[in-house]
Write a protein that binds this ligand. Structure first.
Ligand code: AMP
Length: 230
């Protein structure tokens, strides 16, 4: 007979990275992939892929994303559930940019509960809003491997060549303008920041000072993940 207790305790981890645009969720999620064999699930990336592919969900999401608002829970949940049904989820997942509303958080709890699981930890990246506008407005990524760069804070060692994969194509997100970032910050404070107390009440909230340098933040998050992941 199957050992139910063993099955429950070895369930893959579900980590959430919370924080406003520019806090470094994507950067840190990729580092967690490298450090712990976890898999990053970014609803922003999934939605951008749907827009690029011209799917029905993508067409419905496109204008809202361009304006810096939140896409409906219905679309986001459908797209996330589809991704979570794939078999390649490694030792667990890092949710980057999800949940963003208390409705999404409750839906995630329900979804996980169906397979006897729950959120392992929510890690809140704490930053100053004003600094986020500068961070987001100058950022871009390598089109080949997704490595992140910034016009002022992090240029490739050799101009025009990605440090990580040697690629020479880079891209900027259409919604990374100062004006759209302000709207995204407003959406964050109105609809996503309440999740900090949602997870604090469940005793699974961890906070990290994300105004430090990337390596320090990585170490602090690694320390938390080592503690909370089985
Ligand atoms: P991100 O890449 O996480 O900054 O997300 C880019 C944009 O995608 C956001 O500004 C929203 O328009 C949309 N989006 C991403 N994730 C969500 C979510 N969980 N709920 C609603 N909208 C989302």
């Amino acid at each position: 007979m199957m050992d139910v207790q063993a099955t429950v305790t070895t369930q893959p981890a579900v980590l959430i990275l919370l924080g406003p645009p520019g806090a470094g969720k994507g950067t840190q999620a990729r580092m967690l992939e490298e450090d712990f064999g976890l898999v990053q699930l970014s609803t922003g990336d999934l939605l951008r892929a749907a827009v690029a592919a011209g799917t029905e969900a993508g067409l419905r999401a496109q204008a809202v994303m361009a304006a810096g608002g939140l896409v409906s829970d219905e679309i986001v949940l459908a797209i996330l559930q589809e991704r979570m049904a794939q078999p390649d989820l490694g030792r667990g997942i890092i949710l980057d940019g999800f949940p963003r509303t208390t409705g999404q958080a409750a839906a995630l709890d329900d979804l996980l509960a169906r397979s006897g699981r729950q959120v392992t930890a929510a890690i809140s990246l704490e930053v100053d809003d004003e600094a986020m506008i500068g961070r987001v407005a100058g950022r871009y990524t390598c089109a080949g491997c997704g490595e992140g760069y910034h016009d002022s804070f992090k240029l490739p060692a050799t101009a025009g060549i990605c440090d990580r994969c040697g690629g020479t194509e880079f891209k900027r997100r259409a919604d990374d303008t100062a004006e759209t970032v302000r709207e995204r910050l407003r959406a964050y404070h109105a609809q996503t920041a309440p999740l900090i107390s949602y997870y604090a009440r469940k005793n699974i909230l961890q906070t990290v000072n994300a105004m430090k340098n990337i390596a320090d933040i990585r170490n602090n998050i690694a320390h938390i993940v080592t503690k909370v992941c089985p």
